[in-house]
Design a protein around this ligand. Structure first.
Ligand code: ZN
Length: 362
């Protein structure tokens, strides 16, 4: 299980990498990258030590494994199987566990014509909810900042007999691959956490850098799928806490004010940025993508029941009139969807999916 013919490069000097059993070694700068429990650690930026809980793991929405003793947990994964071990950790019927197994996590694959010759990269792969399911259809590299998550996926892939799967530890802003290799890249619930590896740097810049890296490693004409929250979600105007920070109104505020609020309330910077639809599209364009299509993932990007194209007002109207169930929707939200113009609704829904393409000619 080595991830079909992917060519790796050193995240420090861009040199070629020789792959060994215990170390991967850069032919350029000589840097040795440890391989721990089958997972090469090709990381730069702030180290997320295995024994420390990654910062983003504190968010209930993150889906990252947090344990005091990762090796003990991974031994249990080996002995009892990944699903039992994760069930013991999170609860056998927990939402977090469902997120790692739900078939509709990858419902967006129907927007593409994936075949088994494809090479896909899942960035911020967590426990493999997307990556391990995608690996039933094509070759997959699953990239994680957290070593424990990556080592978990390595075992999960072995136990699921996935034919071509490689888990690695790396930073999204410096992808350890030579350019022009992947047919597909995905980030679902991950771009907003990228700035945590670079707390001293402007967060939007680091998100942009990650998107530029995606563009670089895709083949010309390759596809990128991004699943992410809307910073201008209508619920936030009603006072629902912003889901990454648990702070009311923060994603609606001017960035300077939001920074002051974050420092006041929790003594650390506001890094986990989300944006509006138009701001995401601008980020994609700046990073070099074209053919950017926005979708509404409903009810949630982890459990996708509907994929509604946001540039088709009649489809938005149809979905709201015929499929949105008032019994499942908070009343003021339901009235918002029901009574406002689709062009307004499309800017204030909760979960976006964006499909974008690396231009063919470049
Ligand atoms: Zn190097």
């Amino acid at each position: 299980m080595t991830g079909a013919g992917i060519i790796y490069q050193c995240p420090w000097c861009k040199g070629s990498i020789d792959r060994g059993k215990d170390y991967w070694r850069c032919q350029g700068c000589g840097h040795a990258f440890e391989v721990r429990r089958g997972v090469p650690i090709l990381d730069i930026g702030v180290k997320q030590k295995a024994e420390h809980q990654p910062l983003w793991a504190k968010s209930p929405s993150s889906g990252s494994i947090t344990v005091d003793d990762p090796d003990k947990f991974l031994d249990e994964v080996e002995q009892k199987g990944w699903r039992v071990a994760l069930g013991n950790l999170w609860g056998a019927s927990s939402t977090a566990l469902m997120r790692t197994v739900a078939a509709n996590r990858v419902a967006w694959k129907y927007l593409l014509d994936i075949n088994n010759s494809w090479k896909a990269l899942d960035i911020g792969a967590g426990t493999g909810g997307v990556a391990c399911q995608l690996a039933k259809e094509c070759s997959v590299v699953a990239l994680e900042k957290s070593w424990c998550d990556a080592a978990f996926m390595h075992l999960r892939a072995q136990q699921e007999n996935l034919p071509s799967f490689q888990a690695i530890v790396a930073d999204a802003t410096s992808l350890p691959f030579e350019p022009n290799q992947f047919d597909l890249a995905t980030m679902v619930g991950a771009l907003e956490w990228v700035p945590f590896g670079w707390p001293e740097k402007p967060p939007r810049e680091m998100q942009l850098q990650a998107l530029r890296e995606v563009c670089r490693i895709l083949k010309p004409g390759g596809s990128f799928f991004l699943g992410i929250e809307n910073g201008l979600y209508f619920g936030y105007f009603l006072g629902l806490p912003e889901v990454h920070t648990n702070i009311q109104f923060i994603s609606l505020m001017d960035k300077k004010q939001a920074e002051i609020l974050s420092q006041d309330l929790r003594g650390r910077p506001y890094l986990e940025l989300t944006h509006s639809k138009d701001e995401y599209i601008e980020l994609f364009k700046e990073a070099g993508f074209d053919e950017i299509q926005p979708f509404w993932l409903y009810p949630d990007y982890a459990f996708i029941h509907y994929i509604i194209p946001l540039d088709r007002p009649n489809i938005i109207k149809y979905f709201i009139a015929e499929h949105l169930d008032p019994r499942d929707t908070e009343p003021s939200l339901y009235r918002f969807y029901r009574f406002l113009d689709p062009s307004v609704v499309s800017n204030h829904i909760q979960f976006f999916g964006f499909l974008a393409q690396r231009p063919k000619g470049k």
